[in-house]
Design a protein around this ligand. Sequence first.
Ligand code: TYM
Length: 331
Amino acid sequence: PRKIFSGIQPTGSMHLGNYFGAITQWIDLQHKNEDITVSVVDLHSITLPQDPNVLPKSILEMTATLLACGIDPNKSVIFQQSRVLQHTELFWYLGCICTMARLAHLPQYKEKSALLKDVLLGIFIYPVLQAADILVHKATHVPVGEDQIQQLQLCQELAQMFNKKFGTVFPIPRTLLSEKGSARIRSLREPSKKMSKSDPDSKSRICLTDASDDIVKKIKKAVTDFTSAVTYDPESRPGVSNLILIHSLISGKQPQVIVEESQYLDTLKYKHLVADVIIEHLLPIKKKIEAYIANPEYLDQVLREGSEKAQATAEETMVEVRRKVGINFLE
Ligand code: TYM
């Protein structure tokens, strides 16, 4: 049977890239009654400095957002990474079979470290913890956006290396990318880049919790090009095509149909239309997020119960891992 696992960092609000690249996939899988576990990966988020007074709120807000999007704790497991110590435990075992040269090769590390004077160890070994997240649950499929492909390749390699060295424990997890271009939603300010939480320009992304007037402002300011017709061509017109893609994902209409319906609009009028479509789609989700946030005790309970379930699965794997490695000789 398939075992699906994925994670999201709790810092920064969820944006449309996360939503269409990952979360809507998770909800679809949940609807198909797949066995899905999702983690709020707080340990990953502290690879960049976080304010200890703000972090707990961020964790609760991300949990609220996931529930508002449709993750159902009665069908899926949703938990907080740091509460399941087996993640950090397996991380160490994997760290002992992973070379530094391999990690230094990863593009996300190269990008992030290039901007920093002193590179913290956490940023460097981040992908090993991510591999542990997946493998400790013996996941077979990992639904993510395109930016995670290289990290998942590392995870597959580490699973193979471990299995070869110590005997088979882990299935080799497969990457599940969502279709229709949604695996990569672009920045509204620089369409050559992906929409990202860490972009210092907040106009580059639409967050699920954004106020309606902010959404209008951000979409109006979205970089397009000097052609005023509305046409879909992600290669030569990435800016306007990104808006059409978002519109298409919300409405379920093919990009070509949207283009035909918009043939009498220029890009500015079309932007107003897209902004309205986004606002209308996000409104009910935003209301649910607010309602969940108003009930932190409930959110804490969801995370606690989820973490207990996740821990039970993870401990089963670790019993096997410890025995294979030769640490636990009496079991
Ligand atoms: P994070 O928190 O950056 O992003 C969460 C998910 O959103 C996807 N995503 C996008 N998809 C399409 N277009 C975009 N512009 C876009 N931006 C983000 C990401 O691909 C991701 O699926 N390292 C992970 C968290 C993680 C994880 C894991 C994921 C930790 N352990 C184990 C899977 C399995 C991350 O930083 O995601």
